[in-house]
Design a protein around this ligand. Sequence first.
Ligand code: AGP
Length: 622
Amino acid sequence: MCGIIGYTGTASAVDVLIEGLATLEYRGYDSAGVAVVTGNGDPRVRVVKRAGKLANLREMLEGTWLDGTTGVGHTRWATHGEPSDRNSHPHQDADGDLAIIHNGIFENFAELRAGLAADGHEFASDTDTEVIAHLIGRSYDDAGVGGDGADGAVALAGAVRTALRRVEGAFAIAVVDRRSPDTIVASRREAPLVLGHLDGASLLSSDVAGLIRYTRDVEALLDDQVAILTPEGITVTDLDGNTTEGHRYTVDWDIDVAEKQGYPHFMLKEIHEQPGALHETLLGRTRDGRIVLDEQRLDDDDFRHLDKVYVVACGTSYHAGMVAKYALEHWARVPVEVEIASEFRYRDPILTQHTLVVAISQSGETADTLAAAAHARAQRARVVAISNVVGSSLAREADAVLYTRAGPEIAVASTKAFTTQILALELLALFLAQLRRAMFPDEWRDQLRRMETLPDLMEQVFGQETAIRQLAASVAHASYVMFIGRQVGLPIALEGALKLKEISYLHAEGFPAGEMKHGPIALIEQGGPVVALATAGHVRGKIVSNIAEVKARGAMVVAIATEGDTEIKAHADHVIYVPDVHELLYPMLTVVPLQLLAYFIATELGCDVDQPRNLAKTVTVE
Ligand code: AGP
């Protein structure tokens, strides 16, 4: 997610903007920029922007005098267009009269861009944001109104409303214009935007952390509301121009808590961000009734004639790959092998130009996964990357990319990246099924529709957070925790064990439930906790038998089951329910209680949840 700051008042805008962007650095970003309205007599919008960290922008600003008191600033987390100076925000309209910053994804930007280009518009970047800048600029000119000062502000607000009525997707935007030098016009749909009220100035930010040093009197803008900010105050309207108001409240957080938006740790914040992240992963994934990848340097025939798929990854990403195997084989009817990336290239795998290697990496910088992908390409196999970082090394080296769009994941323990990886992989499976005609169109459209319900269904799981926290307190001092599952429940058993061990340092292990009697059942002690993935599906009966096996030896069983399954209560000591979904979609729901369980056990034990000992967020060495 990008960071947004806006200020209009009496102070130097650039100073306020840079300070605000610095408080948003924790969100992760790949470039930064500011736009300031300068020159009292003859106002101009001056844009200064750079790829890289804020220090690069500061360096550029040292040689640039920006004397305005109104401006906007932005830290970019790329979704469309690689990280670069030209793709950095702010972006301007055709005449350079205005500048816009944006967080989110305009789903229909391609058709809007084509229409503007047909009218002679030329673009300096690959971004969806620049398209909207041109759209607002043209709406302003078409309206034929506006002048300087108040008239300019009315014209700008009208132009923004006209343009936003045409866009689809999620956005938070802020616009400055030389024709209304002390005004900022802002709006949002699904992406957060908060306004700051104070005497003699007005501010806005993508989250409270950017405002809190100036004011605690804030107003959350609501979807499809438009805010007009001046030093005298803020007016809010709906998209038709009718006056309304956002949600106004007083912030009682300190800056540290504000960065986590009120959560005690980034990990818990990111667990709760998952429904929104899944929604972002799905945005704009179909065009003209077809599923589309982000960047594809392959033609469809490359995918049609595949005869084998390898999935390579490490850690949590490997567990996502295990789920992908079931979806790729079931939907696309192609044989799949899932491999630990650090093992893959050393076993001399058989690869041809009809082999597809799917490399999964949140960071896109994991050394073993990069090496596996490079080995595959050297053997003429095709490589598709599933990554959360636009322009990452893996994304650049792959033949095609599908971005998870989970937004920056700060906690070392991966959560929202994992569930969005699964969703992206299942989209890839549908994409291949479509190309290989392995599914009828109505079948993969049904699956897409089911996927679109996942964000709301996942929200329901959080209704059991208190019960999970209480369960964690009773398990936190166990000498071990065992996780068992079958089929798509197995990767989640392994992921639940990894989450627990990496943040609580407890001995935790996942097993195929059918394997218990071949050795692991010897570990069962009286009262030893066993978490069983027991949702509805063709192996539920088998799992219930495995639960009986471990119960008979004294285990305390926690079952993750499908809502409505009351029968499971006869077998398990505790039951955590998830909504009923298609069997291949369960992993995105069943992992959430295990993420929460790991989190609450680790906090119960006083562990450093966000930065666990011995671990790094990205492992850039073999
Ligand atoms: C996940 O909780 C771990 N932090 C770790 O296993 C991680 O998934 C692994 O290092 C792979 O990272 P990547 O997805 O960035 O390649």
